[in-house]
Design a protein around this ligand. Structure first.
Ligand code: M6R
Length: 599
């Protein structure tokens, strides 16, 4: 959702913070920065980071400590007044905040009845409260801690004091916050490691109900009672170039193109030198469950649907897949002896984390399949499998999906091996084959562009239909198209289409059809004829061996359980070129935030 960055060190804080914010700006509606020096200078702007950057271009901000924020409006309109940082009445304390405080109205009434708030945000109450308690005679740390103990809700926040350019105060409760440990005299804090990777790849976690005092040479972590906490530093093997576009115009295309490399990385990470699968020693203690529940959101949910097929067919374990936000308020009957698998690129998605906390509390074992080391799910799950996709910067997820499906194939094989089952899936060999197939498909960008122009340039609503695994990819193809091009798109099980949606077919309605399974190919061809005779504009993507003349795309043949890894590539490319043709902001779709950290 919103993003925040705090820096203290020897570099120019304005440049360092702006660079971090740009890595976080999925579609911030406003942003702001505060630089410490001789007092504190605060600047805010409606719009993007670039707007803020431009408006402060001429300012000589040489300070080496400060905070910045990019806002995704929750309470109060996106405008300069509501943009962060917010300041206390005297201007001494300045604060940026992610999350939502529930009891701000009560706190305002109790402690700040006289104070006239300048914004509509809950955040302003927090910073006014720090000043209030400091005026009651507390030192700044005590006042900060007192406020933290008063707050109810979710927050990650960073505070600076205009009278102390050598200290930042940060805290976390149910909203992401990570500490970046600099190499020299510098330290950082941000809502995401990506915002700090240009400074360091060494991090420390901050857990819920903890705060940290940062100076140039030290970070001191404490709990909300003020007890000191020791926390280990870990290294993330991402470098600064992995968060740059390189020669690409957009991250989305770069990330689509990275998929074969990601697959090879995954193979490298999960295969030992003898060619055997190594899932990590910690997994060897895991009991083989009777049932698996996969819980996820969005694209990760679609990867879960492919994962279900793998777990059932390879590891022979009955598996259910649930949308996290639905599970949260309508828990199904859970079988004893179950494993909960949470799939999440960010490892921070609020709905998934919500279910995770509930299931942990009920004592169910949990396994996180995530891309972000140090994320909440990574830290707190009993077992973890990293997807090794590298930072995903585009709003629309692409390489995270294929990495998740590949890791689900590895997990399925691992669970099969633990039960001494014949898998029928030589997972590393087949993934190698997939990575080559992906490369072939990526060579066909002109074809994707032509399809996007031919079928989608008019921006008409469209459908994606297929059966079984193809249906799961249709859901993902439709999601990719709607979020990147804003075209109304629905993924449907082909057999269900006649039960209602067919009424929406008009002359020229685009319908994308996926056919990779020989056993349903002929029935799919019948479905196509039915649509064709009703005027649909049909684009068939079919696998080698079952394709027919007139099909728009022939897909390389891979193992039947791994077809989502190849069928998704043309759909990602078509979504990309449709977005481009319609002049959309490809990497930062409107209203969308990369990591949905609030329910
Ligand atoms: O970080 P997560 O995988 O938990 O995120 C889940 C969804 O928010 C995410 O996949 C979203 O649907 C993307 N915009 C899809 O491109």
């Amino acid at each position: 959702m919103s993003g925040l960055v705090g820096y203290i060190g020897e570099r120019n804080a304005k440049e360092t913070i702006l660079e971090g914010l740009k890595k976080l700006e999925y579609q911030g509606d406003s942003s702001g920065i505060a630089i410490l020096g001789n007092g504190v200078a605060v600047y805010k702007e409606k719009g993007k980071i670039q707007d803020l950057e431009q408006s402060i271009q001429a300012e000589k901000l040489t300070g080496t400590a400060g905070i910045g924020h990019t806002r995704w409006a929750t309470r109060g309109k996106p405008n300069r007044m509501n943009a962060h940082p917010h300041q206390s009445r005297s201007g001494r304390f300045v604060l940026v905040h992610n999350g939502m405080v529930q009891n701000d109205a009560e706190l305002k009434k109790k402690y700040l009845p006289e104070v006239k708030l300048m914004s509509e945000t809950d955040t302003e109450v927090i910073v006014q409260l720090v000043e209030y308690f400091q005026h009651q005679g507390m030192d700044v740390e005590k006042a900060f801690r007192r406020v933290l103990n008063e707050l109810q809700g979710t927050f990650s926040l960073v505070l600076v004091d205009a009278q102390d350019p050598d200290t930042l105060y940060a805290a976390k409760n149910k909203s992401p916050l990570v500490l970046g440990i600099g190499h020299g005299h510098e330290n950082m804090v941000a809502s995401n490691t990506m915002a700090m990777i240009h400074v360091t790849n060494q991090f420390k976690d901050l857990r819920d109900k903890e705060y940290v005092i940062l100076s140039r040479d030290a970070v001191e972590i404490k709990d909300f009672k003020g007890q000191k906490i020791d926390r280990q530093t870990y290294t993330v093997n991402w470098d600064a170039s992995s968060t740059d576009k390189g020669n690409y115009e957009h991250f989305m295309l770069k990330e689509i193109d990275q998929q074969p490399t990601v697959l090879r990385n995954i193979i490298k990470e999960y295969r030992n030198k003898d060619g055997q699968l190594r899932a990590g020693d910690h997994l060897d203690h895991m009991h083989i469950p009777k049932r698996i529940y996969i819980v996820a959101c969005g694209t990760s949910y679609h990867a879960g649907l492919a994962g279900k097929r793998l777990l059932e067919q390879v590891a022979r374990i009955p598996t259910e897949v649930h949308i996290a936000s639905e599970f949260l308020y309508g828990q199904p009957l859970i079988e004893a002896d179950s494993l909960f698998v949470f799939i999440s690129q960010s490892g921070e998605t609020a709905d998934s984390v919500g279910v995770f906390n509930n299931m942990k509390q009920l004592g169910h074992p949990t396994l996180a399949v995530t891309n972000v080391e140090g994320s909440t799910l990574y830290r707190e799950a009993d077992y973890t499998l990293l997807t090794h996709a590298g930072p995903e910067m585009a709003g629309a997820s692409t390489k995270a999906y294929t990495a998740q499906v590949a890791v689900m194939a590895i997990l399925s094989t691992y669970l099969a091996e633990r039960q001494s089952l014949q898998t029928g899936l030589d997972v590393f060999y087949e993934l190698q084959k997939v990575s080559r197939a992906m490369e072939t498909l990526q060579g066909l960008k002109d074809q994707a562009k032509q399809i996007a122009h031919q079928f989608l340039k008019g921006g008409k609503s469209c459908f994606f239909i297929g059966r079984q695994l193809d249906h799961t990819v249709c859901l993902e193809g439709a999601l990719k198209l709607k979020e990147s091009s804003y075209i109304q798109a629905e993924g449907y099980a082909a057999g269900e289409f006649k039960h209602g949606p067919i009424a929406l077919i008009e002359e020229g309605t685009p319908v994308f059809v996926l056919i990779t399974d020989e056993s349903t190919a002929s029935i799919m061809r019948n479905n196509i004829q039915e649509l064709d005779s009703r005027g649909a504009n049909i684009c068939v993507l079919a696998a080698e061996g079952i394709s027919e003349p007139g099909d728009a795309w022939v897909l390389p043949k891979v193992h039947p359980l791994l077809t989502p890894l190849v069928t998704v590539i043309p759909l990602q490319l078509i979504a990309y070129y449709a977005a481009l043709a319609l002049g959309r902001e490809v990497d930062k779709p409107r209203h969308l935030t990369k990591s949905v950290t609030m329910e």
